[in-house]
Design a protein around this ligand. Structure first.
Ligand SMILES: NC(=O)c1ccc[n+]([C@@H]2O[C@H](COP(=O)([O-])OP(=O)(O)OC[C@H]3O[C@@H](n4cnc5c(N)ncnc54)[C@H](OP(=O)(O)O)[C@@H]3O)[C@@H](O)[C@H]2O)c1
Length: 269
């Protein structure tokens, strides 16, 4: 596990930290000595409650929140502008699975905006902060429940929307973008990995029609291991389940990975 780096704490941001798995990730990170943890949430009341709970249970006073709507590029850019410090750990975890076709105010299909572009924008917009970090790590919380990505119809304009299909596509995309960013950020020593957290009862899993047999703390274990352990820091561009690397077919198709990266880039302000 990382201890303090010189005189400075490691600074970690966790998106979707008011949710089941995100809050457990933030709490476990706050319990690791030498970590400042920032909960990136969209609802201030929930965020304040989570910060209080985590500070109280871990005894770590260096836990705070920032507000951002991760389905909107401008909101993420505003967050980055407020962020004056380096960033050592970015956990992209926020996701949504609306049962009905929903769009952001900019007209982007909501799952693609939040689950895919939200991850993409966080990495793009925070790249300079991550470069200033120390051996920075990015963890993209994805899923084994992934597949069916249609590069020609990322927003369900040609297909009938179904929240499970849109979700599986978004989690495939998270795993592909992990490979795209790992390549790009390797020269700066920034590690980028994806993982399946676990099957956890949550708003998200309920919307997909299942419950979950693992606790939020179990779900947080692999992302936190990737963020803090020596072993977790040895890899980049890989996909993990239960703290083990698992071969991922989605990252192997370099042409598709680059097409997805280019498609996401076209949504950036
Ligand atoms: N649960 C599972 O079994 C399971 C399995 C595999 C993978 N995963 C992955 O694990 C991650 C966490 O899932 P979870 O089960 O913990 O879900 P969850 O409890 O529903 O939490 C989702 C979080 O994302 C936040 N969020 C959604 N849209 C947002 C937006 N536009 N801006 C900012 N925050 C937003 C939510 O905020 P609010 O609290 O304000 O709604 C909430 O904090 C997801 O990436 C999911 O794909 C989960």
């Amino acid at each position: 596990m990382f201890e303090q780096e010189g005189n400075r704490e490691r600074i970690a941001a966790v998106t979707g930290a008011s949710g089941a798995i995100g809050m457990a990730i933030a709490r476990q990170l706050a319990a690791v000595p030498g970590h400042d943890v920032v909960l990136v949430c969209r609802n201030e009341d929930k965020a304040v409650r989570c910060v209080q709970n985590i500070s109280h249970t871990t005894g770590n006073p260096r836990v705070r929140h920032e507000l951002a709507d991760l389905s909107r590029c401008a909101s993420i850019e505003a967050l980055a502008q407020r962020w004056e410090r380096p960033l050592d750990v970015l956990v992209n975890n926020a996701a949504i699975t609306p049962r009905r076709l929903t769009h952001t105010p900019e007209g982007i299909e909501m799952q693609f905006a939040t689950n895919v572009l939200g991850y993409f924008w966080m990495i793009e917009v925070f790249t300079e902060h991550l470069k200033q970090g120390s051996a920075a790590r990015i963890i993209n919380v994805a899923s084994y429940w992934a597949g069916g990505l249609d590069l020609g119809d990322l927003e369900f304009e040609k297909r009938r929307y179904n929240n499970d299909t849109a979700y599986r596509q978004s989690k495939q995309a998270d795993r592909m973008l992990t490979v795209a960013f790992a390549r790009r950020l390797q020269p700066f020593g920034i590690k980028v990995n994806a993982c399946h957290p676990g099957d956890v009862n949550s708003t998200l899993s309920n919307n997909l029609g299942f419950g979950g047999h693992e606790s939020p703390d179990e779900g947080a274990r692999t992302p936190v291991w990737l963020a803090t352990s020596d072993a977790g820091g040895k890899h980049t561009g890989k996909y993990f389940e239960h703290q083990r690397q698992v071969s991922c077919p989605f990252g192997r198709d370099s042409a598709a990975v680059e097409s997805l990266y280019a498609a996401c880039r076209s949504y950036t302000n």
